[in-house]
Design a protein around this ligand. Structure first.
Ligand code: SF4
Length: 623
């Protein structure tokens, strides 16, 4: 079968540092061992680039009682063969069918993976809906960034994990072992599990609706289930698992590099950014923890690039010191350091010189909006001078390509804001021209990329509307027309239909589950892939919902109950509402390390909320 598919290495396993416990694991009594299927609902190349996979795989396999194996969605050629031969989707490590596992864990990073989740369950011969699964079927659980509102997928999961997954998953596997040892039913297990922090059992909550389709109540239907589910959090990130012996894939994956998470959460508060709020408070790893980890990674993997990951890497309080420690070691092992999430206002000469010693590839900045007015609305606390200065520094330090990200359709956006994108790009080109010939690159090139704004739960913009498809098209064309005359600029934009679907799901409720299942039955899968996306299937199905697409993309009233109101992510709804109102007035809010805005995340008892103010030398980085 492998001879007939493209890239058989997607399915063969045997990668360097993959975990094969066959020798020892099966010596344990059956009741003492948990087989955990880590499912990533996308292709191997995407899943193997995902840091959460490496973290949770390492954390689970540390436990001698648990063997975590990987599953990915097969590409269409392999999928056809599995279906034709009636072979169940099997694990990469041991070739065990999905339905033979105790726990199936879906790691969901984006809403457009929903139909792929169903496809993997189906290929693994597991009933899709929780109510249709019996005692012999695996427990199906989910986690990941979208878990904070997985209501559209609620009927398909037995249990959803909210918050940091490392320790939470260990609690779930330990409890499941107790279930096996004590012969509990699945329901007994779930009644106990739902009392753990961060565990949400959708079946234990009833949702009622007003006649206009908005939510009336969300109430627990068993006494054990809490009224509000509190997210799970690891306050001291140094305690969290760092995958020091990551699996090294045998084929090229999207991000072919080692990665270190230098901090979790974000202190900035960009009002459109869900990750910036749901992972609060910002928690850093120590300098010692990171430099030791880097040394081990250099020795263990043989990769030639180390990514320092976070939501905003230049906000790490000791970044200069960290680079000073890492660069000599990186040079010794011929490893390039990459800083994927740079803030414009923090990209300074010293840092450019430090990073430039290891790599001069393209630099990516995200101004997000074309005018200062709109950047204030979204709380992107940068000014155009930051971008001009960062570009000047980059060009004088050998960079040739700059990538700029913008978002179209942000709340209050006007034509002037859209035109501001073209004006900003023109000023960057002028900046390049103003650098003396001998100091600048001749091959300067700017990639401009726009995406469509999607209102997300747990952000100040959770009340905002998404612009209509007609306006999306018009604004994309406006940017394209402004940038077209310039041969140093390339403009990329995404198909807007998938942004509409993402917007429907991101603020969706349980009634969408039927639509998702119908779409999957009609052939929708891998919806995040342009070549697989079937708007011709989705659009008529979504139009059948009372209120249609507009019901989910409309502006929400301040009093409307959200499908996710029973989840406590740490940031209070009142704070988000206050931020929404400040946005409408164009008022900005400072970052946590400048001034606390009392969002509510302080209640977790850790992170930036409790750190002493930064010293003046550290502050240099943020000026
Ligand atoms: S409580 Fe204050 S410091 Fe802590 S995350 Fe919220 S705004 Fe930031």
């Amino acid at each position: 079968m492998l001879r007939q598919v493209e890239k058989p290495a997607r399915y063969t396993g045997g990668e360097w540092q993959a975990c094969d416990k066959r020798e020892v694991f099966f010596r344990l009594p059956e009741k003492d061992r948990i087989r955990f299927a880590f499912c990533f609902p996308d292709l191997y190349e995407i899943g193997m680039s995902n840091l959460a996979l490496q973290i949770l795989y390492a954390a689970l396999n540390k436990d001698e009682h648990t063997w975590c194996e990987r599953f990915f969605e097969p590409a269409s050629d392999m999928r056809e063969q599995l279906t034709r031969e009636n072979i169940a989707l099997s694990s990469i490590e041991s070739g065990t069918p999905l339905n033979a596992f105790d726990i199936v864990g879906m790691s969901i990073s984006y809403e457009l993976a929903y139909t792929t989740v169903l496809d993997m369950l189906h290929l693994g011969k597991i009933p899709l809906r929780s109510v249709d699964r019996g005692e012999q079927d695996p427990l199906v659980v989910a986690g990941g960034p979208v878990a904070c509102n997985l209501e559209p997928m609620a009927p398909f999961f037995d249990l959803i994990m909210i918050g940091d997954g490392e320790e939470l998953l260990s609690s779930v596997t330990a409890l499941y072992r107790a279930k096996k040892q004590n012969h509990w039913t699945k329901r007994d297990f779930l009644l106990t599990a739902c009392q753990l922090e961060g565990i949400y059992v959708p079946a234990f909550y009833d949702v009622t609706y007003h006649p206009d389709g908005t939510i009336d109540t969300i109430e627990p239907n068993v006494p054990q289930a809490p009224r509000v589910i509190q997210k799970s959090i690891i306050n001291d990130l140094n305690r969290a698992e760092m995958p020091l012996t990551p699996i090294v894939p045998n084929l090229n994956v999207v991000h072919d590099r080692m990665v270190m998470e230098i901090f979790r959460g974000c202190a900035r508060g960009c009002r459109f950014c869900q990750a910036g709020f749901i992972y609060r408070p910002m928690r850093e790893r120590s300098l010692e923890n990171l430099s030791e980890a880097a040394r081990t990674l250099f020795q263990q993997t043989g990769c030639d690039e180390l990514g320092l990951l976070s939501l905003s890497t230049t906000d790490y309080s000791l970044l200069s010191e960290l680079l000073e420690k890492l660069i000599p070691c990186a040079e010794k092992y011929h490893v390039n350091l990459s800083l994927p999430s740079l803030r414009l206002d923090a990209f300074e000469r010293d840092m450019a010189e430090q990073v430039a010693t290891t790599r001069r590839a393209g630099l990516t900045f995200a101004p997000e909006a074309g005018t200062q007015r709109l950047r204030d609305v979204i709380n992107k606390n940068i000014v155009e001078e930051d971008l001009l200065q960062a570009t000047d520094v980059a060009l004088r330090n050998g960079w040739e390509r700059i990538k700029l990200y913008f978002m179209l359709g942000l709340p209050t956006e006007t034509d002037d804001d859209v035109d501001g994108i073209g004006s900003m790009v023109n000023r960057l080109i002028t900046c390049w021209r103003n650098i003396p010939d001998q100091l600048r690159t001749r091959r300067f090139f700017i990639n401009v990329s726009t995406s469509i704004f999607i209102p997300k739960p747990f952000t100040p913009f959770q009340w905002a509307a998404q612009i209509s498809p007609d306006v999306m098209r018009e604004r994309q064309q406006r940017v394209a027309a402004a940038l077209r005359p310039n041969r140093r600029v390339n403009y990329q934009w995404h198909q807007f239909e998938s942004s509409v679907l993402e917007a429907v799901f991101s603020r969706g409720d349980r009634r969408l589950a039927d639509v998702i299942e119908k779409a999957w039955m009609q052939g929708c899968v891998l919806d995040a892939w342009h070549e697989h996306f079937r708007w011709d299937i989705w659009e008529p199905l979504l139009s059948e919902i009372p209120g249609g697409i507009h019901f989910y993309t409309r502006e929400r009233s301040l009093h409307e109950q959200f499908p996710w109101d029973h989840i406590q992510i740490g940031v209070h709804r009142a704070f988000l509402e206050h931020e929404w109102q400040r946005a409408m007035k164009g008022k900005t809010t400072p970052a946590c390390f400048e001034q606390c805005s009392h969002c509510g995340a302080r209640a977790f008892g850790g992170g930036v909320c409790f750190e002493p103010p930064r010293t003046s030398s550290q502050k240099d980085i943020w000026t």
